[in-house]
Design a protein around this ligand. Structure first.
Ligand code: PMP
Length: 343
């Protein structure tokens, strides 16, 4: 049985959180002599620690109540905070899949948490059979699943994800950084059914706000309270909160860009497929393509010489490049460069 109180580390449970200067007074007007700020200037005040205005806007768009939303300084902060809430350093474990997003392992290691990496199947899916033995290992507190997965680009079978969530007494964090580009719906509609589910999304991809560093976690209010309890008090700057709020007012732009990126993804995939050294263009539910070529190292270097930077992911998937979908102009430049490379 999932029991959050049993799961959370004792030091987190008993922690008396830092009380920030603005916790007691929520008005905008007043004489603020409480936070040792400089009284002059434009950016002189600390940001709203709980990003209430931004959360209200996100709540409307995502149709999730604001007490089920936590915002991090990028989703990378949410990953790190999840480890800190749940995993006792040197004792507890986390589980993820391979290949997947590199920060899960980095964050685990920083927190001195050992990470189990279950290989994906040949078609980059999760084998539930392989997960079963770990579900009853009491030391495994957190499962991190990236869907659509980076770098393979595919979504995982939703039934398998739900099977894992239902059969696990720890917390399952589903990282949906690329969900806006997917043909499959988000798991966000399941956060009220599963208390142990965190669905994570970000403004860094489809919303085009990577520079603002705002990640979202949608989960049950009790987990949100723990995130709030341990986070640095002012984790998202006022400038970044405002920038994202402004962007949320332009949903037309977001829809147009997602549509364009998806159509460019199809066009680029077809062009890559025609190259003599391409072995496979993997289907993508994300804003990038994973492509297997004859000699990824050589092609990567040849592109660098032409000023085009892609990602060589050969250490994760044999002879594979991961290519982000750019503008039409950038994609044409890439296609032209690739056509001129002779292997
Ligand atoms: N999750 C995945 C799967 C990613 O690929 C990335 C960024 N490359 C992130 C999370 C980090 O996102 P953020 O910018 O919100 O920290």
């Amino acid at each position: 049985m999932f029991d959050l109180n049993k799961l959370v580390r004792e030091n987190v449970k008993s922690l008396k959180p830092y009380s920030s200067a603005r916790d007691d007074y929520h008005g905008r007007e007043g004489i603020f002599l409480d936070a040792n700020e400089n009284p002059y200037g434009l950016l002189n005040r600390y940001p709203d620690p709980f990003q209430k205005e931004l959360k209200a806007a996100i709540s409307q768009i995502k149709e999730v109540p604001d007490d089920m939303i936590f915002l991090g300084n990028g989703s990378d902060e949410i990953i790190d905070l999840s480890f800190r809430i749940l995993c006792k350093p040197g004792v507890d474990k986390a589980l993820t899949f391979s290949p997947s997003y590199g920060m899960y392992e980095v964050s685990a290691t920083v927190n001195d948490v050992s990470i189990i990496k279950i290989p994906l199947t040949r078609d980059f899916q999760i084998s539930f059979e392989d997960v079963i033995p770990w579900l009853s290992d009491g030391a495994v507190k957190l499962i991190l699943i990236c869907s659509p997965n980076n770098p393979t680009g595919n979504c995982f079978d939703r039934n398998v994800l739900e099977q894992i969530i239902v059969n696990f007494d720890g917390i399952v964090l589903v990282d949906e950084a690329y969900i806006d580009f997917a043909g499959q719906p988000s798991l966000i509609d399941r956060i009220t059914s599963f208390n142990n589910l965190i669905v994570m999304q970000t403004f860094s991809k489809a919303f085009g706000m990577a520079s603002a560093r705002v990640g979202m976690a949608f989960t049950n209010p009790e987990i949100v309270r723990y995130f709030n309890k341990i986070k640095p008090p002012y984790n998202i700057s006022t400038i970044n909160q405002k920038a994202v709020l402004k962007k949320l007012g332009k949903t037309g732009e977001y829809h147009r860009q997602v549509k364009k990126i998806k159509s460019e993804r199809g066009r680029l995939a077809a062009a890559l497929q025609k190259l003599p050294y391409t072995e496979k263009v993997f289907p993508s539910d994300a804003n990038f393509l994973l492509v297997r070529v004859k000699d990824a190292g050589f092609i990567y270097q040849a592109l660098v010489k032409k000023g085009i930077i892609v990602r060589n992911r050969s250490n994760l998937v044999d002879n594979c490049l991961r290519i982000t979908i750019g503008t039409e102009y950038e994609n044409n430049k890439l296609i032209g460069a690739l056509k001129s490379i002779a292997l």
